[in-house]
Design a protein. Sequence first.
Length: 278
Amino acid sequence: MARNTVSINTIVNDFIILNEENDYTTHASDVSIRNFALRGMRDMGFDFSRRIKSIKLPLNTANNTVELPDDFVGLNKIGIVGSDGKVYVFTENNNINYSMTYADSSGNSTTDSSAAADSDNDGVFDRVDSKTTTSGTEISSDSDYATYVFSNYIYGDNQGQLYGIGGGHKLGQYRLNLDQNRIEIDTKSSYTEFVIEYVADEARAKNPSVHIFQEEALMAYIYYRLIERKSNVPLSEKQRARAEYYNERRKASARLNTFTKEEALQVTRKNFKLSTKV
């Protein structure tokens, strides 16, 4: 563990020791204290101390998808690693098809709900990917930009369908499918591994930890949430605890996002080509 972090286990143990004679939290269970510690970690983490991770994941060649990690919260970028060691990112395209149809007991696609299987016995029919074209007039394209294009955006001879489509399509495109917990890939490359950079839920880690600047804020959060709904705690104490948490949270945010004079100069010089760089 990094020297500038403190584990949730340590914070929970310290809270128990410091509050063992507090009448308002005496009977709080270790499970409740840990639960609130993880909640407070998320409360601050998603707002000003996001944990960014990068990981290389395999491509499922059966349906051109990449499964999202268990601690996934939000996607920053996805790409491939070139021979020069650099990551070349894909662009997002929400028109990529990831529609699904019912699956029968053999795993084959069917549009008949009466023939659909429910292998998990959870009342939800099994489904499989459906990459086939829909019935009606077929739209085809031989370009690198072949996607599903809505007819009301097509002018004569398919002109105008690329307006505002953005760049980066030579490598490939992707669509985030949270319902299926995966990323849909549209590429003509032969890459079988992709690098994704994402916001992680640190609370799901095996040994979750926070930056040491957040320690006091997290202790204040645990106390506030433990007494928040207790009828034997005076309203004034609840208000004091709430105010203390938000004050400690504000201080933690300020410390984590300190912008020094030297950093300000570096940013300024970076944007002026003829200025001194260092």
